[in-house]
Design a protein around this ligand. Sequence first.
Ligand code: NAD
Length: 305
Amino acid sequence: MEKIKVGFIGLGNMGSGMSLNIAKAGYDMVVHDINREAATDLLELGTEWADTPKQLAESADLIFTSLPGPPEVNAVSIGEDGLIEGVSSGSIWIDLSTSSPTLIRELSKNFEKQGASVLDAPVSGGVKGAQTGKLAIMVGGNEKIFNQIKPVLDSFGDKVSYTGSIGSGSICKLMHNTIGYGMQMIISECLTLGVKSGVDAESLLECIKNGSVGRGNLLNVTLQDTYLQGKFDPPNFALKLARKDVSLALELGREYDVPMEAASHAYNELTAAMNRGWENKDSRISLLLQEERAGNVEVRLDQSK
Ligand code: NAD
């Protein structure tokens, strides 16, 4: 990419680290935040300040935003003195916020009318990742534009994925975080039951980390070998055995008076799958029940890729 000027709006916990890494990579920069103090470090490095998103968009070729959520993304892009008033044909806006896929799809149409392109590119890796350049970046939008600006993304992220059309980056990010928080719920149930029934926290954590859960086998191996290929026969781990394990854990929960909501939900799901006559199939077959409830959605990997 020839010499470009990068604009960055939203210099908070994530934005400060990401924008500093872009500046350190040598790009000319102009920055803005509703709190000017947030720009102190960047201004010391010699970056320019813009008073409004409009003013920033008038001088930057490539604009990043890292804002709390949909209301701020809306205000900065199409509100008073917003980006849309300053962009010109060829401008590129990349929203790094975790925000609404539907909103960015709508905003993108407005920006296209001005000849500007929009990508959604939420990130994962936390504040430390933003500071050290170790972020996953999930990018939706025009693939040609993505390839054009990828070197800038590489300056603050180490795992950059192109995910498809506009909005798809945000969808990946929302699914990713929701999996994390769902897992957190069942982890807390099992940690509290484990400790209350007599194991010290250190041993419990060590065993969970050393086992297939801790090794990340579910995402990296098991689902890919079974569910994501629609392959449940012969079983790697039979459904009836999986249900036995969860049932024993629930029994322990009753003995020790520990409510196990998420585990009960898992047990009920495995039971419903048993009632389909699937007891001797691989336990992952129970995931077909959710596919049915979702309106017969099939989640299968393209084996040619
Ligand atoms: P933050 O609140 O620390 O930073 C947001 C920044 O935006 C602040 O500096 C704020 O002053 C500025 N801002 C707010 N409204 C503005 C406006 N109208 N105009 C200009 N500037 C404005 O939030 P954060 O933790 O840096 O998160 C930013 C985004 O990244 C969020 O969407 C969040 O969900 C996502 N995210 C956060 C983390 C994390 O660990 N903090 C990790 C991954 C993704």
